[in-house]
Design a binder for this molecule. Structure first.
Ligand code: IMP
Ligand code: MG
Length: 177
């Protein structure tokens, strides 16, 4: 394993827990008058965030789905997207909340939103744990953001570099020197 982390922790597990709780309340408020919600986690990076987030959404009753999409190799984007594992539910007529680990260029989320809109959901919104606004070049807007961060490569709380470090309970920065 050739990757090294910088010593400084970018986001502690306490900071993350506080923010996830408030995001859950925001989401519950947004869907307060709806009677269904399908939360779709984008694999693999969102799995830890999604697990904490759904437990912070007190209502409405929701279902959980996953979608796999490949777009990144190591630390450089290849800008091609492919669905590697699909939804198991029909989203037509439903409220959908797409949950991402991080929005960097936003190309993945643009691709997924176009794909989902073709399936005629009632609504589609996006929630991301992290966002790098300086790197955005997407067409769509993000509805819920956990934290905005500088354009550094980060890992932990589900995020990886080459598959490593997803299990860290906090967010750390990869030392790219
Ligand atoms: P985008 O299409 O450029 O927005 O890239 C989205 C995907 O790139 C995310 O779902 C991540 O898998 C990956 N990614 C982008 N930046 C980082 C990072 O700092 N750490 C880990 N993964 C990242
Ligand atoms: Mg990744």
């Amino acid at each position: 394993m050739k990757y090294k982390l910088k010593n400084k922790i970018l986001l502690t597990k306490e900071q993350i827990a506080d923010r996830v709780t408030s995001l859950g309340s925001e989401i519950a408020k947004t869907y307060a008058d709806q009677d269904d919600l399908i939360v779709v986690g984008v694999l693999k990076g969102s799995f830890i965030f999604l697990a904490d987030l759904v437990r912070a959404i007190s209502s409405p009753r929701l279902k959980i789905e996953f979608i796999g999409v490949r777009s990144y190799e190591g630390t450089t984007s290849t800008y091609t997207h492919r669905v590697t594992s699909n939804l198991t539910a029909d989203i037509s007529g439903k409220n959908v909340l797409l949950v991402e680990d991080i929005i960097d260029t936003g190309e993945t989320i643009d691709y997924l939103l176009d794909l989902f809109k073709g399936r005629n959901p009632r609504s589609v919104k996006v929630c991301t744990f992290l966002s790098k606004p300086d790197c955005h070049r997407m067409r769509h807007t993000i509805d819920f953001v956990g934290f905005e961060i500088a354009p550094e490569f980060v890992v932990g709380y589900g995020l990886d570099v080459d598959g490593y470090f997803r299990e860290l309970p906090h967010v750390a920065v990869v030392d790219q020197d």
